[in-house]
Design a protein around this ligand. Structure first.
Ligand SMILES: O=C(O)CCCC[C@@H]1SC[C@@H]2NC(=O)N[C@@H]21
Length: 565
């Protein structure tokens, strides 16, 4: 990186920090309640939309998606129709319940619907999931920065962690929401810049011809084999599961929705995310295709697939002063916005679902505002130390970070989503059965995730170009989904080879099925009396609506009961 790049990088980062700081100072006295400290309040729809969008667009997506397209082709574009299916489900199926119950964290729901044990297991799972995710999210920008500067990756990891903890401890959630909105705009700007600079050296027609010739213009893999990594089905069905796990059952998103004044504005935020996520997805695909077209005659030899985009930016845009710095700022801020948001989410969970509940159960005095505010400043710092440690471990792995994070969300978020679905749609299931369903789905998902490492899937070697005899071996292991490893007992290798996109759906199906079966069993053994009805506000309005249609008397009774209450 040149001097001008360092100036651009620092200017962007300092301006974003200053903006977050000023915004948070301005509103410091506005929000003193425990609720506001943890979820923020009165944020505009656009700020919240951009911040929800940026919540899960860290450097992992920024580096991972274009590399994925470059190595495997454009199938990921099927995420766009998948967003059109999944985000409305979040907005109209899950959000109304969260709003009706005025929850600060989603885990409160599990206690109200089931019991404290269910809340405890889902809370712990969330913390483990986010600590793993944070570590990958910390490693990704550090890797990018290390590959375009002389800064060693270890130093880069430390700087990123300190900056994210700083954002939150200085400004609280509100600063996080405002800075992440600005950071999202910076990401859009940078992607547009990379695309326009690249299109100066090749025409759209050249790019199209190259990707068609290089078999990257793949959009029509309709095979139903679940071991195919990216088929239309794995991306539509499995992708929907992933989006629901991320945007309906993850506190990182929920805390942003709950910062909206009304359900309607929160729903708008979720629906606008279809637009934001589609725009950014189209930019990943365009950049992936541009990278392929640029290197079609001589592909770069890089140590790690995630270094592909930084290398391309260095090769193509470095003649424009400050452009590499702009890219570095976007990658860094993508990382920082996600990290700061997830540090806040985990801190808020530890306070609300562990500390507060512990005191309540011990009949101790409720937490004071100043205690909550101090904890919200200190906890992000503690969490960043833990993440730094795990990120150092990540730097020893040579894994594909995008896939790793989807596995973490699938195995960690899928079971929680499953319990949410059981809670909302299967009123018959009570706490004991729900807990077995939850733990069963965690065991299944973790086993598949760990097992997937054991299975070697047939690699596809692709011609790289005329400049050497290299062959392309990244990312393509499960391209055709043919399992070639030694068969395991009971044909387990087929299960372990299932596309990582399906992990959330597998978790949901396992959780729901197991909960229903166990409930039946418990009822048969009379372990759980099934007489007590579940409060109607804890089940999906869709269910109460349809049951009231069938049973108007029941609904009349409920209305009367609610009026009295
Ligand atoms: O980038 C990350 O931190 C992890 C990967 C998350 C992928 C999801 S898919 C929907 C949303 N849009 C993106 O561009 N990335 C996230």
């Amino acid at each position: 990186m040149e001097f001008s790049d360092y100036v651009t990088l620092l200017t962007c980062l300092i301006s974003i920090s200053a903006y977050g700081f000023i915004k948070s100072r301005k509103t410091e006295n506005e929000e003193q309640s425990v609720h506001a400290t943890m979820v923020g309040s009165r944020v505009s729809v656009w700020s919240a939309t951009l911040s929800v969008c940026s919540g899960f667009i860290s450097s992992i997506s920024l580096l991972g998606f274009p590399a994925e397209i470059y190595y495997q082709g454009g199938m990921m574009l099927w995420f766009a129709p998948m967003y059109v299916i999944s985000f409305p489900i979040v907005a109209f199926v899950f959000l109304p319940v969260l709003y009706r119950l005025k929850l600060t964290t989603i885990y409160e729901y599990f206690e109200r619907r089931f019991d404290y044990k269910c809340r405890f297991v889902t809370t712990s799972l969330f913390c483990v999931q986010m600590i793993l995710y944070n570590s990958v999210a910390l490693y990704a920008p550090s890797l990018a920065i290390a590959s375009i500067t002389n800064i060693p990756i270890t130093v880069s990891i430390l700087i990123t962690a300190v900056l994210s903890a700083f954002y939150i401890s200085v400004g609280g959630v509100k600063a996080g929401i405002h800075t992440s909105a600005i950071q999202m705009l910076l990401i859009f700007l940078t992607m547009t810049f990379i695309i326009s600079i690249s299109l100066r050296e090749m025409s759209i027609h050249d790019v199209y011809t190259s990707v068609v010739h290089g078999k990257r213009f793949i959009l029509n893999d309709f095979r139903i084999n679940p071991t195919i990594r990216h088929s239309v089905w794995s991306l539509l069905i499995g992708g929907t599961g992933n989006i629901l796990a991320l945007f309906a059952a993850n506190q990182l998103s929920i805390q942003r929705y709950m910062a909206m004044d009304t359900l309607k504005s929160a729903q708008k935020v979720v629906l606008l995310n279809i637009v934001c996520n589609t725009i950014i997805l189209v930019s990943y695909v365009s950049v992936g295709f541009l990278i392929y077209a640029h290197y079609k005659d001589c592909h770069p030899q890089i140590g790690n697939a995630n270094e592909l985009l930084p290398r391309f930016v260095m090769d193509v845009t470095s003649k424009y002063p400050g452009s590499v710095g702009l890219f570095a700022a976007a990658v860094y801020s993508a990382g920082i916005s996600t990290l700061s948001a997830s540090f806040t989410a985990v801190s808020s969970i530890v306070i609300n679902d562990v500390w507060k509940v512990y005191r309540e159960r011990r009949k101790m005095a409720p937490l004071r505002n100043d205690q909550v505010q101090n904890a919200m400043r200190i906890l992000p710092i503690v969490l960043s130390f833990i993440s730094i440690f795990v990120a150092f471990l990540c730097s020893m792995l040579q894994s594909i970070i995008l896939q790793v994070s989807f596995i973490v969300f699938g195995a960690g978020g899928g079971p929680v989503l499953g319990s949410f679905v059981v809670g909302l749609f299967v009123p018959r299931v009570k706490e004991k059965a729900a807990l077995v369903g939850l733990i069963g789905s965690i065991i299944v998902c973790f086993s598949i995730s760990i097992g997937s490492v054991l299975v070697k899937v047939k690699p596809v070697a692709l011609e790289l170009g005329q400049c050497s005899n290299q062959t392309l071996t990244y990312f393509d292991e499960s391209f055709i989904g043919a399992v070639t490893s030694t068969p395991l007992v009971f044909g387990l290798e087929r299960i372990f080879a299932i596309s990582y996109q399906y992990y959330s759906i597998i978790a949901v199906v396992t959780n729901v099925a197991l909960s229903i079966v166990m409930q039946k069993l418990f009822e048969l053994c009379s372990l759980t009396a099934n007489h007590l009805p579940v409060s109607h506000e804890l089940v999906s309005p869709l269910l109460t609506y349809s049951s009231s249609k069938r049973d108007p008397e029941l609904e009349a009774h409920r209305t009367q009961r609610d009026t009295l209450a």
